[in-house]
Unconditional design. Structure first.
Length: 565
């Protein structure tokens, strides 16, 4: 079975959307309005091909000279001059004089074909870019000739066997000004730059791709100092891998509440609560424990700077700076209004792929509502969670809870997406404000349904059991007082038991003494009785002997008598 051969672009995310790249040996049209990134897109296609795939490329510019292009892409980290010196790419600037065409009325692409053919053969180019096609036909008003020359140009590129990109300005009612390029191109990619609520967003859409399945949605893309990054929309199939391996939360008492395991690796955790309940502290403890195991953690902060977080966490016994210095912890901090939601998602994707962490923290996600609606934030988090599950990265979100409809919707909407949900509530009692932690859910594992008092100390975070007194749950100083009372009662009880034990010992000794005295008295009495019994026996024996002797005498048996003298 013959399948369409594809040429990888090297542009982050685009090859995933196109399932391999652009059609090899065929022309691709990149169209869009001014400022959407067409020239940078096509330049990166040429440069990545030369650097990563050993495919030399030719860039034909009709608007900017080679020197100008070199300066423009230097901010993206690309060195065109070096690549030209190594004959890996070639940039030609062709000036089209519209007035000459208008005066003579003649138009022929033969000269372009000659220059283009020479440029391709001089470096053995596999990739070609024409930027932009409007300049090439700017002086031609005859639509019949224009259509014929367009078809001729596209066919020439196909015959040459090069993978070509042709850029074009977007028309009012069509993808391009001429309205024909999209029909003769084998692949058409539309770039869009739009402003919503004063926030800039760039999007990409593959309009058509002959002979290949491709993603058809709009995909946000980001242009930064490392080039273009496109964010593919997450697959709709729920077939992500799962792990039974557990990872610690960084709080031993919390791990005990979670079947003594902590969280599943690759799972998503939400920590929500009102301001000041310690959400960031829990997230930082999770990140700190990750780094203590020698694993990487990426901390996205939308509210505080890294310096603030490091200072604040140092006060509760966490030295985050050490892990930053050894490369295990990295912060990404920005205000939500820096980008739109999709641009934040692209930036998060890119940072994760570059740093390759085993866990990440987003603190707090509710700040993203300033650049999008609740439903948009939820949609963004769905895509992010799917991506993290695919990569088996554990993520902890924090969310600010307020008594407002928007925040309640956010809390409930996000909580349905995550695998575990921790809720921290303020508990006001006896003139004190304390914190109570609830495990609202933890998919796939048994977990405690008890409310624990959440304590922040200079030695870290801890959870303690609440006490049930006569008036209900006791926390804070009431709990301490109850504990002290119990301990005092235990001491008194122990002392009372000890006193009773000593009294019992004394009584035992008195009784034992009496028993010994009685025993001695009994032995004396017994001895007297025995003496009497012995005397009685002797008396009986003597009396028996006397009686026997008397009887013998009466019978005349004097053998036993002494003879008379």
């Amino acid at each position: 079975m013959n399948t369409l051969q594809k040429t990888p672009t090297g542009i982050n995310g685009l090859d995933q959307i196109t399932l391999g790249g652009l059609p090899t040996g065929r022309p691709t049209l990149i169209c869009g309005s001014a400022g959407c990134g067409k020239t940078l897109f096509s330049l990166e296609f040429i440069i990545r091909g030369a650097q990563e795939y050993n495919e030399p490329g030719v860039f034909i510019a009709f608007e900017e000279k080679a020197e100008e292009l070199a300066v423009n892409v230097a901010s993206l980290g690309f060195d065109i001059n070096t690549l030209q010196a190594e004959k890996k790419i070639r940039i030609d600037y062709i000036h089209i004089d519209r007035s000459e065409i208008e005066e003579t009325g003649e138009y022929d692409l033969e000269g372009l074909f000659i220059r283009l053919n020479y440029a391709i053969d001089s470096i053995g180019a596999k990739r070609v870019v024409l930027d932009t096609i409007e300049n090439l036909f700017s002086g031609l008003n005859n639509q019949t000739i224009l259509r014929a020359e367009l078809r001729r140009l596209f066919q020439w590129l196909k015959d040459k066997g090069v993978t070509a990109i042709i850029t074009g300005e977007r028309g009012e009612s069509s993808l391009t000004r001429q309205g024909l390029e999209e029909y003769v191109s084998d692949c058409v990619i539309l770039l869009d730059h739009r402003i919503i609520n004063q926030i800039s967003t760039r999007r990409l859409r593959v309009v058509k791709y002959r002979g290949s399945v491709h993603g058809t949605n709009e995909y946000p893309f980001l242009i930064d100092e490392e080039g273009i990054s496109v964010l593919p929309v997450t697959s709709l199939k729920l077939n992500k891998p799962v792990s039974s391996e557990s990872t610690s939360s960084g709080i031993e008492a919390l791990d005990d509440m979670l079947s003594k395991k902590g969280f599943f690796r690759g799972s998503s955790i939400l920590v929500s609560g009102t301001a000041g309940t310690g959400k960031t502290s829990i997230a930082a403890s999770f990140a700190y424990e990750t780094c203590n195991r020698g694993e990487k953690c990426l901390f996205f902060a939308f509210e505080e700077s890294p310096q603030q977080i490091i200072r604040n966490m140092h006060s509760i016994g966490m030295d985050l700076k050490t892990h930053m210095d050894n490369g295990l912890l990295q912060f990404y901090s920005s205000r939500p209004t820096l980008y739109g939601l999709e641009m934040h998602l692209v930036a998060i994707h890119k940072a994760i792929r570059k740093f390759k962490p085993s866990s990440i923290v987003l603190d707090p996600i509710t700040n993203l509502i300033t650049v999008g609606t609740v439903s948009e934030v939820k949609a963004m988090l769905v895509r992010l969670i799917d991506f993290l599950q695919e990569e088996q990265i554990t993520v902890m979100f924090t969310a600010l809870t307020l008594n407002t409809v928007v925040n309640e919707q956010t809390d409930e909407g996000v909580s349905s997406l995550v695998d575990a949900w921790l809720l921290i509530k303020d508990i006001e009692l006896n003139g004190e404000r304390n914190r109570g932690l609830y495990i609202m859910k933890s998919r796939g594992m048994h977990h405690s349904n008890q409310v624990r008092e959440f304590i922040i100390t200079d030695k870290g975070l801890d959870l303690v059991d609440v006490y049930l007194g006569p008036d209900g749950v006791l926390i804070g100083s009431a709990r301490e007082a109850h504990i002290l009372l119990e301990e005092t009662g235990q001491v008194l009880h122990t002392h009372a038991i000890g006193r009773k034990d000593r009294e019992l010992l004394r009584k035992r000794k008195v009784l034992e003494s009496k028993i010994e005295s009685l025993k001695t008295e009994f032995e004396s009495t017994e001895e007297e009785l025995n003496k009497m019994y012995i005397e009685e026996d002797l008396k009986k024996e003597i009396m028996e002997q006397t009686r026997q002797r008397t009887t013998d005498m009466r019978r005349g048996n004097n053998s036993n008598l002494s003879p008379e003298i």
